[in-house]
Design a protein around this ligand. Structure first.
Ligand SMILES: [Cu+2]
Length: 520
């Protein structure tokens, strides 16, 4: 591997054997419990919405949906790429128009290995050609259990085959040399008994050997299954007030520069972190009952310990999510929790980072209009229909001044808005932007990677520079912000939508009841 250190090396070794071992589920994004990757943005002269639905198995076929917004597309093709692929990518696969849904194209792609992947979408139409790269994180996520009916059926068939083979061997030894009608001698019967016993012993030995091989393989698969880097949140009293420290405790991260340790523990090194919309980590702290929320940007000197000043939040148990992006384009969400006691010493403004923001007041159930601190009103333009799991959700938010006129949105960390979605049990957590679920830094890592990028940090530096200038030139022209997304499953969700208005970051919370898709 040399310097070309790659996320998911261990996973890939596992994937080599998956055909024999077990089927896998995948997650295709950094988030928690939300496997599809969504992208909205331009591909040359076209504006596209792309959804990548990972296969249930790896190697497996991912579905890629491409929709042209405004402009008619005539030809669409899609291509999968591994981050560290050194040329030789398979040719683009044509995507076909989806019957009954004009403008929507569907392509299917084999994704051969885990880790940081991407899909290149090529489009053609009246305005010529365009292309865009959409990053997809592919990781082994869980193990497919053998269903009980299937297991019982296979066991019954196994017993039948076992008994059948032993009986056939016995009959062959006892009777195969006899003429029709002749009765087997006592000697033949005896030989048959011995042959049947030997056959049974051999079969038992073979089956237990197979069982042991399977169990070993299964155990190593489970060991290599994807988990985010382990982390621990704790409270730290600093002279300026209470802070939260999120420490990455995972050995593979702590020892990432120690090749002896990494080798001895059969670990593959993650690439360094790169800032995503200007921050090395986006830290979200959400109270268990979803009544309080903070979006912070901790400081770090070693990329292992991340310290953020806490705003004044009500005491309680909180879920902690830390979004990070690696130079390879691999993005992940660290998951931890913390008990915040009632303390007086929380720092008041200003916090550690000017882009930090929080919301600690209640949500009116079912409200679609929320008054912000400065009197402006954010309205969720959700339409009248139900929100259905797996179908594009109407996440459009409009900002108006108190007099009803359109309020101007200003870029917040380079974007018109940020949204955080959490299912009430914490099983789904997603950080959305108008460009979708994907990380801007990881898309840049794919777009800007050159064959000579073998030195760790070289690509990351260019990505950081490009991101900084993209954020500096960001402009918002509308008072509506939309997020392309489909809720992964039914349930009760809360969304925190964050925008900048009048120079201040404003957060509005909305509740979404998501219903299951009707199966006809
Ligand atoms: Cu964001």
């Amino acid at each position: 591997m040399g310097q070309g250190i790659v996320e998911g090396e261990a996973l890939r070794r596992t994937f080599g054997r998956t055909a024999l071992v077990a089927a896998l589920y995948l997650v295709a994004s950094a988030h928690v419990g939300s496997p599809d990757a969504w992208f909205e943005g331009s591909a040359g002269p076209y504006h596209l919405i792309v959804q990548i639905e990972p296969a249930g198995v790896v190697p497996g076929v991912a579905k890629v949906f491409v929709r042209g917004v405004g402009e008619q597309l005539s030809v669409v093709s899609v291509q999968a790429n591994k981050f560290d692929a050194t040329g030789g990518a398979p040719p683009p696969e044509p995507a076909s128009a989806v019957a009954g849904d004009p403008g929507l194209f569907e392509g299917r792609l084999w994704i051969m290995s885990g880790g940081s992947n991407s899909v290149t979408v090529y489009v053609n139409g009246a305005k010529g050609a365009g292309k865009v790269i959409v990053p997809v994180v592919v990781v082994a996520y869980s193990r497919l259990e053998l269903g009980k009916p299937m297991g019982l059926g296979l066991a019954a068939m196994g017993i039948f085959l076992f008994a059948g083979l032993v009986t056939i061997v016995g009959a062959a030894v006892r009777e195969s040399m006899l003429s029709p009608g002749e009765a087997p001698s006592a000697q033949n019967r005896n030989r048959a008994r011995i042959a049947m016993t030997v056959t049974s012993i051999l079969l038992v030995v073979a089956i237990s050997g197979g069982w042991r091989w399977w169990s070993t393989d299964d155990a190593s698969y489970v060991k290599n299954m994807y988990k985010p880097l382990s982390s621990r949140a704790s409270l730290v009293a600093t002279p300026t007030g209470e802070s939260l420290n999120l420490a990455i405790t995972d050995g593979s991260w702590i020892h990432r520069a120690d090749s002896m340790w990494m080798h001895a523990h059969a670990q593959s090194a993650f690439t360094p972190l790169v800032p995503d919309h200007g921050k090395l980590m986006h830290l979200f702290i959400i109270r268990d009952d979803m009544s309080a929320f903070a979006h912070l940007h901790p400081a770090t000197s070693d990329s292992a310990s991340f310290l953020a000043k806490l705003p004044s939040l009500p005491a309680g148990k909180y879920r902690v999510f830390g979004d990070i992006v690696h130079e390879s384009g691999f993005s992940q969400t660290l998951v931890s929790s913390i008990n915040i006691p009632a303390v007086e010493s929380y720092s008041q403004q200003p916090l550690g980072d000017p882009d930090d923001s929080w919301l600690a007041h209640s949500v009116t159930a079912g409200a679609t209009k929320v008054a912000l601190d400065d009197g402006a009103v954010m309205e969720w333009v959700r339409g009248a229909g139900p929100i259905v799991a797996g179908l594009p959700a109407p996440l459009h938010f409009e900002l108006r001044n108190s007099d009803g006129t359109a309020a101007s949105l200003e870029p917040y960390m380079g974007m018109a808005g940020h949204a955080v979605v959490q299912r009430n049990d914490g099983s789904v957590f997603v950080h959305l932007h108008p460009m979708g679920t994907i990380s801007m830094a990881s898309q840049m890592a794919f777009t800007m990677r050159q064959p000579g990028d073998t030195l760790k940090g070289a690509l990351g530096k260019r990505v950081t520079e490009a991101e900084t200038s993209a954020m500096a030139s960001a402009a918002v022209t509308s008072n509506v912000v939309s997020f392309p997304y489909a809720f992964p499953r039914a349930g009760n969700y809360r969304m925190w939508v964050q925008v900048r208005h009048g120079g201040r970051i404003q957060t509005a919370a909305f509740d979404a009841d998501v219903v299951a898709q009707h199966v006809h």
